[in-house]
Design a protein around this ligand. Structure first.
Ligand code: NIG
Ligand code: FE
Length: 417
């Protein structure tokens, strides 16, 4: 039976941990949003956490010398593996010259309107081979893993036609199987209006042609749309997301990034898993998202790279929202590090290091509807853990030079050391 199986399975013991971040605090009266144990240990069998407790008790029951994998974490902190819930990591080509143009004052939307930006990456992706897309994505995932990220959401949206959108999702599926980081796929055919097309006619294509093919392929979990002035308006975004729902895809929305258009209200109305960006969200948006259980995903790297004002993280936190952070990794925001994202959350958005870590783990998992304990290290959760080369988790937000990550454990196995 399964108990015998797990008794014979691969055991991983991490012991002598100075500071173990187990997950969100379960006590409302706590003054920290995290549940933390000192001098702790954890045990994983077959990729799942089966015991968490004092190092003394746990190592008595599960002696490290008997385990297939044993990590002495003396002097170090251990945190859940990071979840990056918003990336556009499957792409080809180079847009560093656009970065230079933006430094000289050119606007992001101006570049897009001239056929650059997303549309330029679309041309590069259409020309790239399947193998090239997989290789590019796999390379980025390796960097993410080295910075402690063990679960990543990846969007399509650089195809903008049925064939290439399917190819991007297929590349996500292949990369998922080829390396340790777990991937969650999102269909984003409505990422931009292709050259020489009208938004309305293109939305017809997304709804009538792309979505049925994507649903039939069966890789994507979510359907996302760029609800933005000059891209897709609220009515067009609603059409895409409602059609996605009919095909079993849960909505997500790029909302209120450059102007306040109504994407957050739409996300609330449709019960989206998340509303993302939210740089221009107002109090009504905050309230609507909280009331409807939509996770606000904030992307400080995008604001940093574009020199824009940051989203109001404190307004969301004070309203009781489970704020999540993400890199938004894409050719316009070249950051694969959830560590640097936490630094930006703390320094630029006034989050405490504990809030930033919670936003990068458990709350980020909520933005992906992952409710199996991902983003925590409680019993029953996937054994995805990061051993820091530091005595406290605060070093994640505090450091912004290289990395505070020492060892990464994915599903109970050491994958970075
Ligand atoms: O989330 N805003 C739309 N999509 C991406 C940018 C993609 C790109 O510029 O290639 C974002 O920032
Ligand atoms: Fe995005």
């Amino acid at each position: 039976d399964s108990r015998t199986d797990s008794a014979n399975g691969d055991t991983c013991v991490v012991y002598g941990i100075d500071e173990l971040v187990v997950g969100p605090s379960r006590n409302e009266s706590d003054d920290t949003p995290l549940e933390i144990r000192e001098d702790a240990a954890l045990v994983a069998v077959d990729g799942e956490v089966i015991a968490v407790g004092s190092s003394e008790d746990v190592t008595r029951e599960y002696p490290p010398e008997n385990a297939e994998t044993a990590i002495d974490a003396d002097g170090r902190a251990v945190v859940p593996g990071f979840v990056d819930p918003h990336t556009h990591a499957v792409f080809a080509g180079d847009r560093s010259d656009e970065f230079e143009a933006k430094l000289r004052g050119k606007e992001y939307q101006e570049i897009l309107a001239e056929g650059g930006g997303i549309l330029r990456t679309v041309r590069a992706v259409r020309e790239a081979s399947d193998d090239q897309l997989v290789a590019n994505l796999t390379g980025h995932l390796e960097t993410m893993l080295a910075h402690g990220t063990t679960t990543v959401e990846v969007k399509s949206g650089y195809g903008l036609d049925t064939e290439t959108e399917l190819r991007q999702l297929e590349a996500i599926d292949r990369a998922d199987a080829a390396q340790p980081v777990d991937l969650v796929a999102t269909f984003m055919g409505a990422h931009a209006v292709p050259n020489d097309r009208e938004a309305e006619g293109y939305v017809d294509e997304v709804v009538e042609e792309q979505l049925p093919a994507i649903a039939n392929q069966g890789i994507a979990t979510f359907c996302d749309v760029f609800c933005e002035e000059g891209v897709f308006d609220v009515a067009q975004s609603r059409r895409v997301l409602e059609a996605g729902l009919e095909h079993g895809l849960t909505p997500k929305v790029h909302a209120e990034e450059f102007v306040r258009l109504g994407g957050a209200e739409l996300a609330a109305e449709l019960g989206a898993a998340s509303a993302d960006h939210l740089l221009h969200a107002n109090e009504d948006d905050v309230e609507a998202l909280v009331e409807n259980g939509v996770v606000p995903v904030l992307l400080p790297g995008t604001a940093f790279g574009l020199g824009e004002a940051y989203a109001d993280a404190r307004a969301f936190l004070e309203a009781g929202a489970p704020v999540a952070l993400a890199t938004d990794f894409n050719p316009n925001c070249h950051s694969r590090s959830m560590e640097f994202t936490q630094t930006l959350g703390a320094v630029e958005m006034g989050m405490t290091p504990a809030e930033a870590l919670l936003a990068s783990t458990h709350s980020a998992a909520l933005a992906l509807d992952l409710e199996d304990g991902t983003g925590t290290l409680r019993e029953g959760a996937p054994a995805d853990a990061v051993v820091l080369e530091a005595p406290s988790f605060a070093h994640l937000a505090y450091r912004f030079d290289t990395t505070a990550v020492d060892v990464v454990v994915k599903a109970g196995e050491v994958v970075v050391e």
